[in-house]
Design a binder for this molecule. Structure first.
Ligand code: BTN
Length: 276
């Protein structure tokens, strides 16, 4: 048995699922993405997963860092088949974000939601992020998942951050959560591999907080305001601009997006530490 602060490899590995059936657990590494990439080069099969207690050089999207104190979070990279259908490839990242949201379901006092293109939110704050990397023409993608479990990073985040523990209904074990994430990832990535995106698109639309929100999009140093109106068939977000016209943001786009105050919207719920 591990303590709540240590990941127990035996509790995470699930021989019934492909994702995580071969699991490399490391107390500390620079980035699980790099370890997974090295394993990929050595010929590791789909489903191989790397899980670390602590990363010293965790990477986020768009060249950002991903920071977490030792023992605070889940740092997981999974080798996932690149779907043979090109139109299914952009759904790898949303599928992993959906997997995290599904794994959190029932554990927290507020339902997990998603923020386009790769974030999982609790109470409107970021609790997890996904970084998908496909080296060259590799047949396997490296899907990286970071979850703030016990504590959110104190700084270094552009978006307000939170931790699962801030909303947890019960005591949390990172082992259990990591194992559940691997099960959900396994299920969704198997669908994607077969080119089946309908279920993932539907879950994405249902869970996406961004849809309908007033947003500010920063692209090439310019800020454009509008309303997130729709997600198209390849996961691109369509924003109706306040000044007329529309903006189409592909999932891998360098644009950043943040919600704007909306006079019609209800206030965000309070996390444990904010409650009176
Ligand atoms: C983001 O929201 O910017 C994506 C964050 C992804 C972080 C995870 S933690 C496991 C894996 N290893 C890394 O270095 N990054 C990803």
């Amino acid at each position: 048995m591990g303590t709540p602060y240590a990941l127990d490899r035996a509790l995470v590995a699930d021989p019934g699922a492909r994702a995580g059936a071969a699991l490399l657990y490391l107390p500390e590494t620079e980035s699980t993405q790099d370890v997974a990439r090295a394993l990929l080069r050595l010929g590791a099969p789909a489903g191989t997963a790397v899980l670390a207690d602590h990363q010293t050089a965790g990477r986020g999207t768009r060249g950002r860092t991903w920071q977490a104190g030792a023992g605070d979070g889940i740092h997981l990279s999974v080798l996932a088949p690149v779907p043979p259908k090109p139109e299914a490839v952009p759904w790898l990242t949303p599928a992993a974000a959906i997997a995290v949201a599904q794994a959190l379901r029932g554990l927290t006092s507020v339902p997990p939601r998603l923020k386009w293109p790769n974030d999982v939110l609790l109470g409107g704050r970021k609790v997890a992020g996904v970084l998908t990397e496909i080296p060259g023409d590799a047949k396997l993608a490296i899907v990286g998942i970071g979850v703030n479990v016990h504590r959110a990073p104190a700084d270094g985040t552009l978006y307000p951050a939170t931790a699962v523990a801030d909303w947890a209904l019960d005591e949390l074990r990172r082992d259990d959560l990591a194992a559940q994430i691997l099960r959900e990832v396994d299920h969704l990535l198997r669908r994607l591999e077969r080119g089946r995106t309908d279920h993932i698109k539907e879950a994405w639309r249902m869970l996406l907080d961004t849809l309908g929100q007033r947003v500010a999009v920063t692209q090439d140093g310019t800020v454009i305001e509008g309303r997130a109106a729709a997600v198209d068939g390849v996961g691109a977000l369509i924003v109706r601009r306040d000044d007329g016209g529309a903006l189409r943001l592909a999932p891998g786009s360098a644009a950043t997006i943040r919600p704007l105050a909306d006079p019609g919207a209800s206030p965000a719920p309070a996390a444990k530490e904010d409650r009176p």
